[in-house]
Write a protein that binds this ligand. Structure first.
Ligand code: PRP
Length: 213
């Protein structure tokens, strides 16, 4: 039997998802060894393989069919814009994508002025301002600690993930607009969904039943 291959966004998301998998009898002992340098883990009895990847690479593996199934955040799915099916919301890692900044930036947003937007998510930011708000903006791509940008004058606002809101609060910033809610999703390769339909459906049904409890 062909392996069913899972790509998981490494970090807390993978850990929490693996706990869910255990509840439906999908285990991978090999993966629990913290010291291992192995990249891919196999459960021969189940005919399944699992690997951890950088979150932004998960949709790529799934689009090309190198993984049949991916577990990744909605933020990454939107930003990467790959061809794949998003089939289930795991409800893990709930947070929001927001436009944030100092209170003074509220006016710039409402007056539709040309503003600079710093973000790790240039595609999400561009789509939001261009298509939803019809506002022309300059997008500045950053790779982390995005909250710094309005503080040091790199941009007027940021588009970033807000979970507890404490990073914003501690830096004198606030949520100005909500772009969309986020959480971890199951994505599936388009060909796999047809060719491995029964196995994937069985997996999703079991996963769905633990999520509803
Ligand atoms: C994320 C996000 C915010 C923060 C939000 O950053 O980009 O900065 O978490 O969480 P909060 O609302 O609970 O404070 P992350 O910690 O992933 O690091 P980064 O800033 O380097 O991207």
């Amino acid at each position: 039997m062909r392996y069913l291959t899972f790509a998981m966004a490494k970090g807390r998301l993978a850990k929490d998802s693996l706990k869910l998998f255990e509840q439906i009898g999908i285990t991978c002992e090999e993966m629990k060894d913290k010291d291992t340098r192995k990249l891919i883990f196999t459960n021969e009895e189940l005919g399944m393989r699992f690997f951890l990847a950088k979150p932004s690479d998960v949709p790529t593996y799934v689009e090309y069919g190198a993984a049949d199934i991916g577990i990744v955040g909605k933020d990454t799915i939107l930003e990467e814009g790959r061809n794949l099916y998003e089939v289930m919301d795991l409800g893990l890692g709930k947070c929001r994508m927001c436009v944030c900044g100092p209170e003074s930036a509220k006016e710039l947003l409402s007056r539709n002025e040309i503003i600079r937007v710093a973000t790790k998510y240039p595609n999400i930011a561009k789509d939001y301002f261009t298509n939803k708000k019809n506002q022309t903006v300059e997008i500045i791509k950053l790779n982390g600690s995005v909250e710094l940008a309005p503080i040091v004058g790199l941009s007027e606002v940021i588009v970033d993930i807000v979970e507890t809101g404490s990073t914003l609060k501690e830096n004198g910033l606030m949520v100005l607009e909500e772009v969309c809610p986020l959480s971890a999703r199951v994505v599936v390769n388009q060909v796999s969904l047809r060719m491995q339909h029964e196995r994937i459906r069985d997996f999703l049904t079991k996963l769905g039943s633990v999520l509803n409890n």
